[in-house]
Design a protein around this ligand. Structure first.
Ligand code: HEM
Length: 462
């Protein structure tokens, strides 16, 4: 369970509690995360919520998260929303329990695919896909605004498909998004929504229809994974040096870290989902903030013009966009697109000297609230890329910025995401004047991950 009831008596919780429904009436089932952020504003940096008898403790204080990052006392916990994704990802990297042997095997096998030299080898493909996005936008003749999240999802799915699996989803050739996207969003939303409801018999009854639809989505996703693997098998013995090849080769060569066929499938779906959904959201939020802050936009573009000029950027020229990188970092501060992660005690311990935890007790780190802790200054809601100037970073304590999680189970794709996102932002800024709809009010959709909803941009070639 999470922090024990009798020990955690001092953890505040919302005032209204109904015996059966817990705090559920206080939550909008579609936006549990933003709802928790709201509750946290009154209850403070640690509080608990009760949803249908399930107790959650949410923590966001800088001091607490710093302790929770101590790997000698805490480790990843599969929070309910993530645990229910095991139907999809099994013991793949993201959803594996810490003790499962396939986690360290796959981690060792795939680590070489996330080194700097591996990033260098993806650079060309990332540029190609960014080029396809701009061609796709240039081909449009109606001059209507573009749906940012939908197009960023096309781009990031295409990038992970091609770099990881040498597989194209033909995202920019089809009139509608690839059905993989709809099935995935369905599966993520279902996981989020049923997490709480499932614990009660009534809830299970109510979700039967949704469960059937979910089973269809999962079956379809499995079909896509089969197709990705089949495409490789059909193309001959060895493929290009990508994620899939690393796994298939280990099996062929009887490597000590080899993983079996079922686990390979779990890794493929894990990377297809984890490798694009959050990056797409990050790009969308960054474009939203750029469109809202003309001064930031002008500065970012001036940097791109100066560093890249007219030429195709070389690998080294991506990381030289220091200001664009700060725009991305700051967007992920306000809206970390994978907004929470679980931490469980691995020893009996006391959190910040106040909250006793037994082995196995866990809390959920509410990342957007951590990113608005007082260490971020007087106006943490304000978008300010200069928060990531080196001297400002140095002036803050460690462990106050966690968009990629923490410790051994932190995001393996972090550098991949950053290289891709900075490359794409630079490409867009260099080519277009971007204008947001002045009447648009930021609305954040939740499906375990975060995404701006209904945000469009008017593009004009410079
Ligand atoms: C893990 C965020 C991009 C693959 C994580 C975790 C976070 C995260 C917070 C830890 C979750 C936990 O502790 O439960 C993000 C964000 C991204 C991003 C915000 C983009 C802006 C990517 C990309 C890939 C990827 C591009 C793959 C190419 C993974 C995998 C894990 C993971 C496989 C599980 C690692 C493990 O437990 O060994 N990510 N991620 N992510 N991410 Fe990412």
């Amino acid at each position: 369970g999470s922090l024990r009831e009798h020990q955690a008596a001092t953890i505040p919780h919302p005032r209204w509690r109904l015996p059966l429904l817990g705090d559920v009436l206080g939550i909008n089932i579609r936006t549990p995360l933003q709802n928790s952020m709201e509750i946290g504003k009154t209850l403070g940096p640690i509080f608990e919520r009760d949803v249908l008898g399930n107790r959650f403790v949410l923590a966001s204080g800088a001091d607490m998260v710093a302790e929770l990052s101590d790997e000698s006392r805490f480790a990843k916990h599969l929070a309910p929303g993530v645990a229910s994704l095991r139907e999809l990802g099994g013991d793949g990297l993201f959803t594996a329990y810490n003790h499962e042997p396939n986690w360290s095997k796959a981690h060792n096998l795939l680590a070489p695919a996330f080194t700097k030299s591996a990033m260098r080898s993806y650079h060309r493909t990332m540029l190609d896909v960014a080029g396809e996005l701009t061609e796709y936008w240039d081909r449009r003749t109606d001059g209507a605004p573009v749906d940012v999240s939908s197009d960023m999802t096309k781009l990031t799915l295409e990038t992970i498909g091609r770099t990881g699996f040498s597989y194209s989803f033909d995202s920019f050739e089809r009139p509608r998004p690839h059905p993989f996207v709809k099935a995935m969003v369905g599966a993520l939303s279902h996981s989020q929504r049923t997490t709480f409801v499932k614990s009660s018999a009534l809830g299970r009854l109510l979700t039967r229809r949704a469960d059937r639809r979910n089973a269809e989505n999962l079956a379809y996703l499995a079909e896509v994974v089969d197709e990705v693997i089949r495409a490789r098998r059909d193309s001959g013995e060895t493929g290009p040096e990508d994620l899939l090849e690393l796994m298939l080769r280990a099996a062929r060569e009887d490597h000590p870290d080899k993983i079996d066929e079922l686990n390979i499938r779990h890794q493929v779906v894990t990377f297809l989902v984890a490798g694009h959904e959050t990056t797409s959201g990050a790009l969308s939020f960054a474009l939203y903030y750029l469109s809202r802050h003309p001064d930031v936009l002008a500065k970012a573009r001036a940097e791109v013009d100066e560093v890249w000029g007219e030429k195709t950027p070389a690998f080294e020229q991506i990381a030289k966009l220091r200001y664009v990188r700060r725009v991305l970092d700051e967007s992920l501060r306000l809206w970390p697109t994978a907004p929470a992660y679980g931490r469980e005690a691995t020893v009996d311990t006391t959190l910040v000297g106040k909250y006793p935890m037994k082995v196995g007790d866990w809390v959920l780190v509410l990342i957007p609230a951590l990113h608005r802790d007082p260490v971020w200054g007087d106006d943490p809601e304000a978008f300010d890329p200069d928060n990531f100037l080196p001297e400002r970073i140095r002036s803050r304590p460690a462990h106050v910025y966690k968009p990629f999680g923490t410790g051994e189970r932190a995001c393996i794709g972090r550098q991949f995401a950053i290289h891709e996102a900075v490359l794409v932002l630079g490409t867009i800024l260099r080519r277009y004047d971007i204008v947001g709809d002045p009447d648009y009010r930021l609305k954040v959709a939740e499906r375990l991950t975060l995404m701006p909803e209904g945000f469009t941009l008017q593009l004009r070639r410079r």
